[in-house]
Ligand binder design. Structure first.
Ligand code: NAD
Length: 468
């Protein structure tokens, strides 16, 4: 089939590559000319495992092309996916201007009988708006609008799209639903569920999924607070809860909280949808509040460890909002960095992929080339994003280069016993902190090691950092 995808961002570009991989002729269209030039050269504008290979394969064969001009991109397409951004307005509602613009483009250049697929995450009722726009702009055009929410996860987006667990189609037209089944037929062979429903249900289901996953994370973070006060272990509590199949273990990891381009904005947008419909879904506000508190709790631990933050050097490992991506949009790590910078700390970060985007968002952030360089001369290190490579760190070497051996583990990556053995002051999330016995809880840390000599890190003098 001839398919055009409007918006070649994290969702649209992966959609382009997946549709080409399953045999369609695909055009990706975007208003960002720089992005399209990059794509025409076979380069992905962001990091996503496996994406560049697919792009090169299909741009090379000619089954995937990229364009800026709407007329060229839309005139042949029997199906048009709309995967433009739906960023939050100041009041939390989704900004749907790009969706409306995409609808106008289809009205101007789309062919008769086109199926317009709403792939962006949008409030219930948006498809009706899209249909009204098409009908007003070009009364003679025959078309159908369907909702096909996207469930991919950044970091595993290509694999998620090629091996989905479900494909959700909301449609009011049998013809359009049949077209969508044809689009996805090669993926349905792998046992993926094809769920057909009405449009509003599909639109709302996507918001419900993201809100519920956010709720699980905030529930774990609320538990973490209680566990820290009660001397219990939130990881074990989550394991015990997760052993019950009615609950499930996924998304019960306490830590710095959720971020990225989906959960925070979708939570706010869903709350606004409910409010507009006359329902006070204040539970969602509470989920957001607990999430903000998660970052504040880490700042509190850094303060507890270092006393005043002014002039202290804090290393952040992981800057992306989650592992596997270079996306730093609404990343909890950058939120933390901002708060530490506000208190006068010197913040140096390392991320396997997201350094450049983090720096673009937060120019005051110092970047390091590897985790040990980030830790070099640091008074404290905070593990922000659970990249696999951080699990394999040489903690002894890390301790040697740090000024104070203090680690705040915002993702419970490290083993508390190992941290104790290595003599770290260790603040996990929702588990008992490890404060070495010979150190006062609120003291500055550091000091002579077991042999009575200062560690190389304590003697380290090349970086201009304060010694409390
Ligand atoms: P993005 O910002 O990465 O990409 C959006 C793209 O749309 C940009 O390249 C932008 O230039 C382009 N665009 C905007 N207006 C346009 C127009 N009128 N014509 C052509 N191109 C236009 O956003 P994203 O992360 O891909 O998200 C897109 C949608 O998918 C959002 O609604 C989001 O909530 C949803 N979603 C995102 C994810 C995710 O993990 N990122 C997952 C599921 C759903």
């Amino acid at each position: 089939m001839n398919i055009t995808v409007i918006g070649t961002g994290h969702v649209g570009l992966v959609t382009c590559a997946t549709l080409a991989e399953i045999g369609h002729r695909v055009v990706g269209m975007d208003c960002d000319e720089d992005k399209i030039s990059l794509l025409e050269r076979g380069e992905a504008p962001f990091y996503e495992p496996g994406l560049t290979d697919l792009l090169r394969k299909h741009t090379g064969s000619g089954s995937l092309r990229f364009m800026v001009r709407e007329a060229d991109a839309l005139s042949e397409a029997t199906v048009v996916f709309v995967s433009v951004g739906t960023p939050p307005l100041a009041n939390g509602e989704a900004n749907l201007l790009a969706v409306e613009k995409a609808a106008r483009s289809v009205a101007s250049y789309g062919r008769d009988g086109v199926v317009v697929v709403e792939k962006s995450t949008v409030p219930a009722g948006t498809a009706d708006r899209v249909a009204l726009t098409l009908a007003r702009e070009r009364p003679a055009l025959r078309f159908d609008v369907v909702s096909n929410p996207e469930f991919l996860r950044e970091g595993s987006a290509v694999s998620d799209s090629l091996h989905p667990d479900r494909i959700l189609i909301g449609s009011a037209s049998k013809r359009a639903a049949d077209v969508m089944r044809r689009v996805y037929r090669p993926l349905l062979r792998n046992g993926c569920r094809f769920i057909e429903t009405d449009i509003a249900t599909a639109e709302l289901a996507k918001h419900a999924c993201n809100a519920f996953l956010s709720l699980k994370i905030s529930f774990a973070n609320a538990l973490a607070n209680i566990c820290e006060r009660a001397g219990a272990d939130v990881v074990s509590v989550a394991d015990i809860m997760g052993a019950d199949p009615r609950i499930g273990r996924a998304f019960l990891d306490a830590g710095l909280g959720f971020g990225g381009y989906c959960f925070p904005k979708d939570l706010a947008a869903f709350e606004r949808v409910a409010a507009r419909l006359g329902y006070d879904f204040s539970l969602l506000n509470e989920v957001a509040r607990i999430n903000e508190q998660a970052v504040e709790s880490v700042v509190g631990k850094v303060r507890d460890a270092l006393w005043n933050l002014e002039g202290k050097r804090v290393a952040l490992l992981g800057l992306a909002f989650k592992p596997g991506t270079d996306d730093t949009r609404l990343s909890p790590a950058l939120d933390l960095a901002r708060r530490l910078l506000d208190e006068g700390a010197l913040v140096v970060g390392y991320d396997p992929q997201a350094g450049a985007s983090a720096r673009a968002e937060l120019p005051q952030l110092e970047l390091a080339g590897d985790p040990y360089e980030a830790a070099w001369g640091a008074h404290c290190l905070v593990l922000c994003t659970e990249w696999e490579e951080f699990r394999a760190l040489d903690l002894r070497a890390l301790r040697e280069v740090m000024l104070y051996p203090v680690i705040v583990d915002g993702r419970n990556v490290f083993d508390p016993e190992t941290m104790r053995e290595l003599g770290f002051t260790y603040y996990p999330t929702g588990r008992p902190a490890i404060i070495p016995r010979n150190r006062k809880r609120l003291g500055p840390g550091g000091g002579p090691n077991e042999n009575g000599s200062l560690s190389p890190a304590r003697r380290f003098s090349r970086v201009g950092v304060a010694r409390a």
